[in-house]
Every structure is written in structure tokens, then in C-alpha cells.
Design a protein around this ligand. Structure first.
Ligand code: 5RP
Length: 222
């Protein structure tokens, strides 16, 4: 199977996971990226069975609307029963690195408001130790150099993602050569640097369920 077919398989598994719980007033939290896009495309077939969605990016909001799914402001919704999103890396504790698509801050906010975070990923994303994928850090533009120097002090090699402006008007530093032994502690440590909006470690609030797609099928990990 190709990686795209595996992404499609986990998107289908996520649909199966949430379908029994959908009600007319259900508002879902929806992530960002190619795996989330496959989920959105499948969700379109169920659009009359739930109320709508909160999106973690303008791109996902546009895709949802394109399918006729109503998009709500998170402030008007409060909590969502499910947040469904992909990951760049995920470990056995269901801690993740996210933000390859620069949507990490909104993803973390919607995830914080979710009763259950369902991570959908192909098997290439499963790792023993987080950090092979460069950890994204969203920064206030005027703080970029300062934050970069602080990240170097933590042992990272931060690189400015040139040409990328987040949906929040900020910039991204990607931390290369930065293997992470304690994701919960490192998430808090980086977030404490002045000028950091958030970082792509999703450890304090990891996933509740991982649907992992491999040649042998989709495995459900909790
Ligand atoms: C976007 C993300 C995505 O979930 C992550 O990059 C995975 O993307 P894809 O499903 O395309 O591999 O965090 O900010």
C-alpha cells in the first residue's frame, strides 16, 4: 500500500470511530494536513448527521465549507466531543510532534477543548523517541532571534521557516538535531521562553486514541 492509501485507511477508521456518537447538535474538532484532509473528504458523506465543525486552520475551514459543512468559531462552541488530526511523529505514550503544516497553535487550542483526541497516522509516523522530525515553534515575529538563541541553549538547531506566516500572523522556527527524552518537560520549557506562542510538542495533552495505518491494517492504540 502507498502512504496515501494508508492515510485513507486511517481516515476511514476514524469515521467508523466517531459515527456511533454523532448527533444533530454535534460539533467536531478538525485538524490540518493531508491525513486530516482525507478525513474531511469522508466526513462530507455524513454532513446531514451532525451540526458542523471547528477547524484548526483556514485551509481546513475552507475545505469543510467546500463540502457544505458549517464551520463554527471555537468561542461559540465551548467543547467538542472529538478532535481528529494527523501528526508528524507519535510515540508509544501518544505524545506527538505536530506543526509540519504550521497550524500547531490552533491545533493545540482545539485539542485542549476536545473530550477525545483521535490521532490518525500512517505507520511511518510512529517513533520510539520524538525529535527526528524537526520540532516547530511558533514565535511572535519580533522575538524570532531571541527565541532562536534560547532554543540553541536548550540544544536545538533552530531554522527559520522562510516565507511561512501562520494563520495567527506569526513565524515558525524548526528545531533540527533535537531528540527529546522528556516531551512533557520540554513542551513546558519551550513554552516558557518569552516570545514563544507555542511549540509542536503535544505531550501535556497527547492523543487519547491512535489509529495507525500499516500494510497489515489499522491498529487502534490507547
Ligand atoms: C499540521 C500538522 C499535521 O497534522 C501534520 O503535519 C501531519 O500532516 P500530514 O497528515 O500531511 O502528514 O500538524 O500543522
Amino acid at each position: 500500500m502507498t502512504q496515501d492509501e494508508l492515510k485513507d485507511a486511517v481516515a476511514a477508521a476514524a469515521i467508523d470511530e466517531i459515527t456511533p456518537w454523532l448527533e444533530r447538535d454535534t460539533v467536531l474538532g478538525i485538524g490540518t494536513g493531508s491525513t486530516a484532509n482525507r478525513f474531511i473528504d469522508r466526513l462530507a458523506r455524513l454532513r446531514d448527521d451532525f451540526k458542523g465543525a471547528v477547524a484548526s486552520s483556514e485551509a481546513s475551514a475552507e475545505r469543510l465549507r467546500g463540502h457544505g459543512i458549517e464551520v463554527f468559531e471555537l468561542n461559540s462552541v465551548g467543547t467538542v466531543p472529538f478532535y481528529i488530526d494527523g501528526a508528524d511523529e507519535v510515540n508509544a505514550h501518544l505524545h506527538m510532534i505536530k506543526g509540519g503544516g504550521a497550524a500547531l497553535t490552533r491545533e493545540k487550542i482545539v485539542a485542549a477543548c476536545a473530550e477525545r483526541f483521535i490521532c490518525i497516522a500512517d505507520a511511518s509516523k510512529k517513533v520510539e523517541r520524538l525529535g527526528e522530525f524537526p520540532l516547530p515553534v511558533e514565535v511572535i515575529p519580533m522575538a524570532r532571534s531571541y527565541v532562536a538563541r534560547e532554543l540553541v541553549r536548550l540544544g536545538a538547531d533552530p531554522v527559520y521557516r522562510e516565507g511561512v506566516v501562520t494563520d495567527n500572523g506569526n513565524q515558525i522556527l524548526d528545531c533540527f538535531d533535537f531528540m527529546i527524552d522528556d516531551p512533557v518537560a520540554m513542551e513546558a520549557r519551550i513554552n516558557a521562553i518569552v516570545g514563544v506562542v507555542t511549540n509542536g510538542l503535544f505531550a501535556a495533552r497527547g492523543a487519547d486514541v491512535l489509529l495507525l495505518g500499516a500494510e497489515s491494517g489499522v491498529t487502534r492504540l490507547i
